[in-house]
Design a binder for this molecule. Structure first.
Ligand SMILES: [Zn+2]
Length: 61
């Protein structure tokens, strides 16, 4: 069995992702869409409109 722990975890972005769920309001229908902070866009499950992180940032500021 190999000692995985001995390997430096540089560049490993899979575990311990530093992401946080962000609540975004759909610009089209106002539905609150949850997306993660490492996503650039998602789709509103209600109306199908693209909800981008840009919209999110505008919303939260
Ligand atoms: Zn919507």
């Amino acid at each position: 069995m190999q000692k995985e722990q001995d390997k430096p975890l540089k560049g490993c972005a899979v575990e311990g992702r530093n992401v946080a769920p962000v609540g975004c309001r759909c610009p089209e229908c106002g539905y609150e869409v949850e997306m993660f902070s490492d996503e650039l866009n998602t789709t509103c499950p209600k109306c199908g409109k693209d909800v981008t992180m840009k919209v999110c940032a505008l919303e939260s500021s």
